[in-house]
Design a protein around this ligand. Sequence first.
Ligand SMILES: C[S@@+](CC[C@H](N)C(=O)[O-])C[C@H]1O[C@@H](n2cnc3c(N)ncnc32)[C@H](O)[C@@H]1O
Ligand SMILES: [Zn+2]
Length: 168
Amino acid sequence: MSTSTSTSTPRPPCKVKLSPVHGNGVFATRPIEAGERIIEYLGERIDWPEALRRTEASDGPVNHTFYFSLADGNVVDGGSRGNDARWINHACEPNCEAYEEDGRVFIHALMEIEAGEELNYNYALVYDERHTPAVKRAFGCLCGTPGCLGTMLAPKKRKSRAKAKTKT
Ligand SMILES: C[S@@+](CC[C@H](N)C(=O)[O-])C[C@H]1O[C@@H](n2cnc3c(N)ncnc32)[C@H](O)[C@@H]1O
Ligand SMILES: [Zn+2]
């Protein structure tokens, strides 16, 4: 008589469904503990010139991105060979954080998250051009968290006083 062994894979901690914030979002399927690693942000690793080329070729809206910038200056393109992590929306007061470890990006919980809650992290998008009102509108944030800043863009770095000073 043969004995059967259970080879069931653990249920993923999150799933994709429509979000009240924007398009698709990612939601906890079970309670998630603070500090828990939830999912890796997968995608094709490309350099910035290639990322810009793809953006121009796609003709998509400038305010929609699946790119995740890496510390080495490269980019993970979640739109190519990506996984569910690419659907995680931004929030100004997020319940998750994206962090880089050995060139890989992981999403982990900043706090306890209940089953059914939407996952989010702060994109802190860097946009080097002028943050005109039109740009701010295009990157407007709909996260609805109490501390919402109204934008997904990271504040522009101010010139240091030493650099800004031209005369002494
Ligand atoms: C990586 S996608 C996230 C998935 C997105 N909801 C979708 O269905 O494509 C990132 C894009 O989603 C939109 N998005 C994410 N969070 C948002 C927020 N808090 N407010 C407004 N738009 C948001 C922006 O267009 C952003 O560039
Ligand atoms: Zn917000």
